[in-house]
Design a protein around this ligand. Structure first.
Ligand code: FAD
Length: 309
């Protein structure tokens, strides 16, 4: 299956960026169940219902309003407004930032207009952080493709001067990430493998190399003074993290909504902090395609449901 994943992955990830594929797939008679396996729903109220259920189950959450690569200032403003309404509703579940808020929002700077103007996106992110801070909600800035990494980390670095709790994502498949982990070893860092189609010049391609890089990066974060967040469904990574976390004061596990639910429940039962990433919104296409690319079984599930109709 890893041979299949390796050969299909770039194809699916290319389709994730293709407007023609998006047009075809978002208009295909997809059953709600297929998309809803990975996405909480289209409306904010769908996300809030899922959040409430997960919190009742002892999970923590990070809610993402789907949208990326926004190319006009009006849409970026609309995204900010949606986040402000979301934070207000999530604040009812939280109340205070100390010690660890159960609710968080995740945001992509490209959804705040970073492709138009990084300063505008940074100001939009600042507005979101200020609202989140007073609602007792955390914010983590997602990682996108490698061409955005420098700008994203620069924005996060400057926002952390005012919002030291602000988190960001580092992607272990990038060759640069060990040094980024050293630079951010006092920060709240979500470490993931990375979900985009990256060239070999900047990224490890083989799964074993990505996992090895992940463990080196996690080791750096565990020796730092920050708050490592292990965002992975990989049993090898989760077992290694359990060992490395010995002696680390604050850390958490993170997984995506709809993926390895029994494992999420098992970690909660063990007394661990598990934060589930809950995406919602109508712009589900690229997110959904990245999930399909991660696992041939997901692609098969998707194709069966399309063909069955
Ligand atoms: P893999 O090696 O891909 O998978 C290991 C095992 O986990 C599989 O064998 C399978 O059992 C299970 N599994 C993995 N994926 C799936 C799936 N889709 N469906 C069903 N089972 C699966 N990436 C970014 O580039 N930027 C981000 O900002 C970002 N944020 C993330 C936030 C969270 C909370 C998480 C969990 C992931 C995030 N990712 C992000 C995605 C990440 O980079 C990986 O693409 C994704 O998590 C798959 O890698 P893995 O470590 O789970 O291991």
């Amino acid at each position: 299956s890893s041979v299949l994943t390796n050969s299909l992955r770039p194809v699916i990830l290319a389709a994730a960026r293709s407007p023609r594929c998006e047009h075809a797939i978002t208009r295909a008679p997809l059953s709600r169940q297929v998309v809803n396996r990975f996405v909480a729903g289209r409306e904010r109220s769908d996300a809030i219902a899922v959040v409430s259920r997960l919190l009742d189950d002892g999970r923590y959450v990070s809610v993402d309003f789907l949208g990326e690569n926004v190319t006009d200032a009006g849409s970026a403003r609309a995204t900010v407004h949606e986040y402000l309404s979301l934070i207000e509703e999530l604040g009812k579940f939280s109340g205070t930032l100390a010690p660890v808020p159960r609710v968080e929002v995740s945001v992509k700077l490209s959804s705040l207009g970073a492709e138009l103007n990084t300063d505008v996106a940074a100001e939009n992110a600042r507005t979101i952080c200020a609202a989140a801070q007073s609602a007792g909600v955390w914010v983590t800035v997602d990682a996108e493709d490698h061409t955005t990494t420098d700008a994203t980390l620069a924005t996060v670095r400057s926002l952390r001067a005012d919002f030291p709790w602000l988190g960001t994502v580092l992607q272990a498949y990038l060759r640069r990430t060990e040094s980024d982990c050293l630079a951010f070893d006092d920060a709240r860092i979500r470490l993931c493998k990375g979900a985009y189609n990256e060239p070999e010049a900047v990224a490890y391609i083989r799964r074993e190399d990505v996992t090895a890089s992940y463990l080196r990066c996690l080791d750096i974060l565990c020796r730092g003074t920050g708050y490592p967040m292990v965002a992975s469904h990989d049993p090898v990574v989760i077992a290694a993290a359990a060992r490395m976390f010995c002696g680390v004061e604050r850390f958490e596990y993170q997984m995506l909504f709809g993926i390895r639910e029994p494992e999420q429940a098992r970690l909660v039962a063990e007394g661990q902090h598990v934060r589930t990433y809950v995406p919602y919104g109508s712009a589900w296409y690229p997110y959904f395609m990245r999930r399909l690319a991660e696992r041939p079984a997901n692609l098969a599930f998707f194709l069966r449901s399309v063909v069955a109709r």
